[in-house]
Design a protein around this ligand. Structure first.
Ligand SMILES: Cc1cc2nc3c(=O)[nH]c(=O)nc-3n(C[C@H](O)[C@H](O)[C@H](O)COP(=O)(O)O)c2cc1C
Length: 245
């Protein structure tokens, strides 16, 4: 996976954060005046608030990014009072009808879990996953998938993906050499404020899948074109993936 780190700073705080991120990733932290010329999978962009806004230089930088070149952006910042700068960055770069959700745990796990965390993890069965035969199908809904070892590895990466309250809302149906992703909706995960949280889980699952495929030296093309396969009423088509060598 290819990374790049860019930052905008006035007083040095964000630069320090960017350098720490870049060190972990083994790349150099550069200012936003340096364009992204090479294709990257993840661009870490650090910036902050000044007088309730992000600097115009950051907006120009984000707007100039090429879709085909930068697959995803992770936005981080060091603002003193306001929330994350992500909404402003998103507004600068996201085209009409698109959404850029971000789930971002920061820091290191404590050596010993708190009682609250242990109870929560137990409550949602955080260390368990739904069995393969309930998640992955072939040709029609509910029919067990038969696949090779290579794809089993990739699907196992999807199976162990994290999701809100460990609901694992993803389902995959393999038909005519295409992997179709569906969201099995649970109640209570969608509101006007948050959007559909389980869609984010589907994005995470898709990401695990495509990264798994790429890890096997193949490429994964994601398209949105509902194949019209009959599915249960609480299941919704999301995207399809075609794999090529
Ligand atoms: C001129 C100026 C204006 C600022 N305005 C805001 C602001 O509106 N909201 C906020 O949360 N922080 C504000 N801050 C605080 C900075 O966002 C914060 O100190 C940040 O860490 C600075 O990052 P930098 O050192 O990378 O420039 C302001 C700082 C400066 C110097």
């Amino acid at each position: 996976m290819k990374y790049a780190v860019r930052y905008y700073t006035k007083t040095g705080n964000t630069k320090r954060l960017a350098e720490a991120v870049a060190k972990e990733l083994g790349v150099e932290a550069l200012p936003v005046s340096e364009p992204v010329t090479e294709p990257v999978d993840l661009l870490f962009l650090g910036n902050s608030y000044y007088a309730f806004n992000i600097d115009p230089e950051v907006k120009t930088f984000v707007a100039s990014l090429e879709r085909g070149k930068v697959k995803r952006i992770v936005n981080f910042g060091s603002a003193a009072m306001l929330n994350s700068t992500y909404k402003k960055v998103k507004a600068a770069g996201v085209k009409a009808g698109e959404m850029m959700p971000c789930v971002s745990p920061l820091g290191y796990p404590a050596q010993k879990k708190s009682l609250k965390e242990s109870m929560m993890r137990k409550g949602v069965g955080a260390d368990n996953r739904i069995s393969v035969n309930k998640l992955f199908f072939m040709d029609e809904w509910g029919k067990a998938l038969i696949t090779n070892d290579e794809m089993s590895d990739v699907l196992e990466m999807v199976r162990w993906a994290p999701s809100a309250v460990n609901k694992q809302p993803w389902r995959i149906l393999f038909k005519d050499n295409v992997w179709h992703f569906y969201e099995k909706k649970d109640r209570g995960y969608e509101s006007d404020v948050t959007g559909d949280l389980q869609r984010i889980d589907l994005g995470i699952a898709l990401c695990h899948f495509t990264m798994g495929v790429e890890e096997k030296g193949k490429s994964a093309e994601v398209t949105v074109s509902d194949p019209g396969i009959e599915v249960p009423s609480d299941v919704f088509y999301v995207a399809s993936v075609k794999i090529s060598d």
